[in-house]
Design a binder for this molecule. Sequence first.
Ligand code: ZN
Length: 160
Amino acid sequence: MQIADSTVVTIDYTIMHAEDGEELDTSRGGEPLSYLHGAGNIIRGLERALAGRSAGEDVTVTIPPEDGYGLRDEDLVQALPRRNFPAGDIEVGSMFRAEGPDGSQIVTVVALDADSVTIDANHPLAGFTLNVRVSIRDVRAATDEECRHGHPHGSGGAHD
Ligand code: ZN
C-alpha cells in the first residue's frame, strides 16, 4: 500500500541539522512513530516526501525551515520578571512547557540576571534546515474513527 491521505504510517526516523549533521532526535532504539498521513501530524516537508512511498523504503530528505518547524520570530524572545519563575534551578538553556495563546509550547531560557529571565518561545528547531532519514515500516488504511479524530490509534484501538 502506498502512503496517501487517510493511511496510518509507521516510521523510524532520525532528524539532523543539515549544516553539520548533528543528530537532534531519533526513534531508533525506542518506539517507532505512527502518524495519520494528510492530517498535519508531522512537519509538512516530511509528509510531502513520504507521499507515494511504501513500506520497506528508506527516504532521506532535506527540509527547509518553512516546511519544517518554521522561521524564527524574534518577537517570541521576551524578558520576563524573575519573580514569575520558580526560585532556583533556572539556567541558560533550560527548557520548559508554558501555556501560550496557541496552547502549550516549549520555551527556552536564553539569558538570565537577578531581575529578569529572557525566554525564547520559538520551537527549538525553528530556523534550521533539517536532514531527515526515514525507514518506512508499515502503511495501512486508517479507520473511519482515526480519520475523524485526525490521529492514529494504538493496536487496541484505544487512546493513549
Ligand atoms: Zn482518537
